[in-house]
Design a protein around this ligand. Structure first.
Ligand SMILES: [Fe+2]
Ligand SMILES: [Fe+2]
Length: 376
């Protein structure tokens, strides 16, 4: 038998066609009501199986044309339509002369049996003729509009549900990134407990400076995460050097200086939503080119890197180190202001001073952290 399938959803169209073909039927497919009508007028099928909500001409309009066409009105018409349908849709569809109204998704065996039953009755001339109810065009149009609006509402609801699902997924992904960064941070902490408190405090200050300067919450989250792991490259530096209670020799310091590059090499291949590896490799660069590892100057250093640099120095100076007592917040702020524009980006430096003096920023409670901090 020849079955015409009208459905704008390619996967649904493909499934129906495959199912009917598997039973030896000839299948023609159309993407909308207009196309179905044209195909049927050229070569009338034995049955039409149609969706309702389709572009160009929907299933209701198609049914109305079908049942008033001399050549097609005798061909059975079955609606097979998605789940946002209700009893009113069915009543309206049958009033247009449809022979059957089936809800998606239906078990394939049941669907095939339904269609083949109608085909059998039709070919034997036993199919009860379903002709359109004798109603005027205005009433049909009114009902048609009401049905269409209810369908669009259903689809809108689906779109909204999809959006909520997407928002949940984004939230889960960002929690995953946070979890991964925290796990990376723990790797260094396990070996060098002094680094852990330092990274957290640098992260908190960098986050606040970034938010104050840019007001860009997404960028700020990138800076916050970069702060949390900016010293992970220290995993490569011998532990005894990190916690040495005196100044480092030049040879030891050159070992410490590789830590930004080590961090970069570890992080560069991870597809974070922000260029975290770039921020981190630049946290010891200085605006005048005197920093390391690449001696970058000025705006060649990313804003994320410039913020981390200031936050890192602030934290390092105001906390105790294995080789010195803390200089304190005021002395640290003096250092930042004195070298603003030379070592440190002047806007970042100004924002740093602002967050301490005007916003009352305080480093997160150091109680949980060790008294002494690591070098760098
Ligand atoms: Fe560092
Ligand atoms: Fe640091």
């Amino acid at each position: 038998m020849h079955i015409l399938v009208a459905d704008d959803d390619p996967s649904s169209q493909y499934l129906l066609a495959t199912m009917f073909k598997s039973r030896g039927h000839l299948v023609t497919t159309a993407n909308d009501g207009r196309e179905a009508l044209e195909l049927a007028r050229d070569n009338p099928p034995d049955i039409l199986v149609t969706d309702i909500l389709m572009p160009v001409m929907d299933g209701y309009q198609l049914a109305r044309e079908w049942k008033t066409d001399d050549d097609l009105s005798g061909v059975p018409l079955v609606f097979y339509t998605a789940n946002y349908t209700d009893a009113d849709d069915e009543r309206f569809a049958l009033s247009l002369g449809a022979d059957k109204f089936l809800f998606k998704p239906l078990d394939p065996t049941i669907l095939l049996n339904e269609i083949e039953q109608i085909l059998k009755l039709s070919s034997e001339g036993h199919l009860k003729a379903h002709m359109p109810s004798d109603v005027n065009d205005t009433d049909v149009l009114k009902e048609y509009n009401a049905r269409l609006v209810s369908k669009l509402e259903g689809q809108l609801l689906e779109v909204q549900e999809t959006r909520v699902d997407l928002e949940t997924t984004v939230k889960q992904l960002s929690e995953m990134v946070d979890g991964a960064v925290t796990a990376i941070a723990k790797l260094v902490e396990a070996r060098d407990p002094y680094t852990s408190g330092h990274q957290e405090r640098v992260s908190a200050l960098a986050e606040t400076i970034s938010r104050t300067m840019t007001g860009d919450e997404s960028f700020t989250q990138g800076v916050r995460l970069a702060g949390l792991i900016h010293d992970i490259g220290k995993i490569y530096v011998p532990a005894e050097i990190l916690s040495k209670p005196r100044r480092l020799t030049p040879a030891e310091f050159s070992l410490v200086k590789v830590h930004p590059q080590v961090a970069y090499d570890v992080l560069a291949s991870i597809a974070f939503p922000w260029p975290i590896a770039d921020y981190i490799v630049q946290h010891h660069e200085r605006m005048d080119g005197s920093g390391y590892p690449n001696g970058l100057k000025g705006e060649d250093i990313s804003l994320g890197g410039r913020i981390l640099a200031v936050a890192d120095v602030m934290e390092a100076m105001s906390s105790h180190r294995p080789y010195k007592v803390a200089a304190g917040i005021d002395a640290a702020l003096d250092e930042i202001e004195k070298n603003s524009g030379h070592f440190y980006d002047s806007e970042v430096a100004a924002a740093c001073v602002l967050v301490f003096t005007e916003q009352g920023f305080k480093f997160p409670d150091a109680a949980a952290s060790p008294l002494i901090q690591s070098q760098g």
